[in-house]
Design a protein around this ligand. Structure first.
Ligand SMILES: Nc1ncnc2c1ncn2[C@@H]1O[C@H](COP(=O)(O)OP(=O)(O)OP(=O)(O)O)[C@@H](O)[C@H]1O
Length: 264
């Protein structure tokens, strides 16, 4: 298995007086696959994304991108190689959707350079890929949560990354848009782009991931091919709630929580 991201004995704390979030985290994300990172709220999934992007540094240990320490990558190469679809983002200026998406071209521009016709064509293609051409002239600050999530995806596609990180990519999306994002992400995977995503949506995970990493109490408790890892026992212990896996209409679905009591 060729790895695209590796965490080696990563120790990370937010405040030195508190116990570390990760005392010694070891984790590998395979290249060319879709890898899901699962864990309860507060387990540290977003922090792992930040560390993988080189936006935060561990107190000790190493984060490697394609076997090279992330901190040795220059920001331009890193920006061309990997992109993030965040859960949400505060937008500082009154950008139109097109202007905002063009920010994805920054790693390809010379210092103080402005995007040209080719960059705009790439941005418009990304808008179409995300199915949001109609939003092109809208103000980002006035979009709905779901519309903005698709815009963040389009911006990441404009970066033309080899590795796409996604933090809860479907959290604001309705059922139709969930189907759409699933299709887009599968197509990216078929093109050989590595995906690393967090999700609390078991359906999305089961239908997209071929590799899974389960995170709890500061360490990886299970990691491997998703069909092996995503079983009732592991998911029950991950979330501390009974989980059952069933097949309905040839689809694998998760049922969680206690069954309702039958009335006497
Ligand atoms: N900037 C920060 N300063 C201090 N603590 C932080 C900061 N950001 C996150 N934390 C803490 O680090 C822990 C992990 O947070 P993180 O957002 O990585 O979890 P998560 O697994 O992504 O959670 P969720 O599923 O709820 O999105 C949490 O306890 C959180 O409160």
């Amino acid at each position: 298995m060729k790895k695209i991201i590796e965490f080696r004995n990563v120790r990370f704390h937010w405040h030195s007086k508190n116990p570390p979030l990760f005392p010694s985290l070891n984790m590998q994300v395979p290249e060319g696959r879709a890898t899901a990172l699962l864990g309860p709220n507060g387990a540290g999934k977003t922090t792992i994304m930040d560390l993988a992007l080189g936006w935060r540094s561990p107190q000790s240990g190493e984060v490697l991108l394609q076997n090279h320490p992330i901190m040795r990558w220059n920001s331009k190469n890193r920006g061309q190689f990997m992109a993030l679809v965040p859960q949400d983002e505060v937008v500082q200026f009154d950008y139109s959707v097109l202007e905002y998406i063009l920010l994805g071209r920054v790693p390809y521009l010379p210092p103080l350079g402005t995007p040209g016709a080719k960059d705009e064509a790439i941005a418009r293609d990304a808008l179409s890929e995300a199915g949001i051409d109609h939003l092109v002239d809208r103000k980002v600050s006035r979009l709905s949560g779901g519309e903005k999530q698709l815009v963040l995806l389009a911006r990441a596609l404009t970066q033309q990354p080899e590795l796409l990180l996604l933090d809860e990519p479907a959290s604001h999306l309705d059922l139709q848009n969930r189907e759409k994002i699933l299709k887009i992400l599968r197509t990216l995977k078929e093109k050989g782009i590595s995906l690393f995503f967090t999700s609390h949506d078991p359906e999305l995970v089961l239908r997209l991931a071929d590799h899974a990493i389960l995170l709890k109490n500061g360490s990886v408790i299970h990691s491997g091919p998703s069909e092996k890892i995503l079983n009732e026992k592991n998911l029950t212990s991950l979330y501390n709630v009974p989980v059952k896996i069933r097949t309905i209409d040839k689809r694998t679905v998760l049922i969680w929580g206690q069954s309702p009591q039958r009335p006497e």
